[in-house]
Design a binder for this molecule. Structure first.
Ligand code: ASP
Length: 329
């Protein structure tokens, strides 16, 4: 007999500090990330069976990396495994254990490519599994609570009891357990004793992301050559040298992490405009931690529609991949 819908929760392991160990018990910073397998990690959480509320748990070790070393190949495999499990009617939701360093980029990549109706919940830890008081187990329990919640939808991140949208989540602290913020949009909700209190809705512009046609998704998941997109930052004394070198080196896209409301040193701006004229895709995002670039008439370089520099880069890579698909279709 076929299993009833929503009878399973899938937890995909990718590594990170949540799976990290240190040789000195209690060392919170001198450790190696991505050491403990996801099955072993989950097996040590005594409260997990109860938190699953009767759902069957499936686990997969998709990879075992420190997320500072995140690669396109892992993103492709992760998207493929998520797509596989999301298509299974018996799966209620997916939890992904991930390092904190690039979690926001993976979240935006998965949200953009999959646009899932079911929850895909990324979670993490700031302390390794060998810490005196590791935060990973509670974060995983909280992520499971979100995956089981009927109000959860799409890709979200859960850390320190706070639920963030894929669009807004941003690591904004290198040490604190509550290391993520959602900028001035605020978090989506809070996890309190296994239940989720939603305080915000997923933004309409996330739900209405342009749907990728199936061949484009297949291209994204299979493509051996992803477009090269780099980020250049504006700062006092910035020049156009890096941009000119990147263009000569064949870069296909450039994201400018601008000061303030999309402002650029005149030399950097001139180089970016030259790059744009030469066919390189260029976009402006703000390096400010909150807010967005507000476009104004006469702007010579477009803005990132509120995406942070790293997420604007993901969006540009996907747009270039999509265009590649259209050309080869
Ligand atoms: N470097 C680690 C990682 O991103 C940091 C963490 O997980 O907190 O995998």
């Amino acid at each position: 007999m076929a299993l009833a819908d929503n009878s399973k929760i899938v937890i995909l392991g990718t590594g990170g500090t949540v799976a990290g160990t240190s040789t000195k018990v209690g060392d919170n910073i001198g450790y190696s990330a991505a050491q403990v397998g996801v099955a072993q990690l989950l097996g040590a959480i005594e409260a997990l069976p109860a938190a699953l509320r009767g759902r069957e748990l499936l686990t997969e070790q998709v990879d075992q990396v420190d997320s500072k070393d995140m690669s396109f190949g892992l993103w492709q495999r992760l998207a493929a495994r998520c797509a596989h499990w999301l298509a299974d009617a018996s799966v209620q939701g997916i939890v992904i254990t991930h390092g904190t360093d690039t979690l926001e980029e993976t979240a935006w990549f998965l949200q953009s490519v999959l646009q899932p109706g079911k929850p895909v919940v990324l979670t993490c830890a700031m302390r390794p599994a060998t810490a005196l008081a590791p935060d990973g187990p509670q974060n995983i329990l909280d992520a499971v609570a979100v995956a089981l919640d009927p109000g959860a939808q799409g890709v979200v991140a859960v850390c320190a009891g706070v639920v963030h949208s894929a669009r807004d989540v941003r690591k904004d602290h290198p040490y604190r357990l509550d290391a993520f913020g959602s900028g001035d949009s605020g978090p989506l909700g809070f996890v309190e004793e296994n239940s989720v209190r939603w305080v915000n809705h997923v933004r309409k512009d996330d739900l209405s992301l342009e749907k990728w046609p199936q061949p484009a998704i297949e291209n994204i998941v299979k493509s051996g050559s992803w477009p090269r997109v780099e980020i250049v930052m504006n700062y006092a004394g910035a020049s156009g040298t890096t941009v000119d070198l990147l263009v000569r080196d064949g870069v296909q896209g450039l994201v400018a992490a601008c000061t303030g409301n999309g402002s650029l040193h005149q030399d950097l701006e001139a180089a970016l405009i030259r790059a744009q004229a030469a066919g390189v895709k260029v976009v402006r995002a703000t390096r400010c931690a909150q807010g967005r670039v507000l476009p104004k008439p006469g702007d010579l370089i477009g803005d990132s529609n509120g995406l942070s520099p790293v997420k604007a880069r993901v969006a540009m890579i996907l747009a270039l991949l999509g265009a590649q698909t259209a050309r080869t279709a």
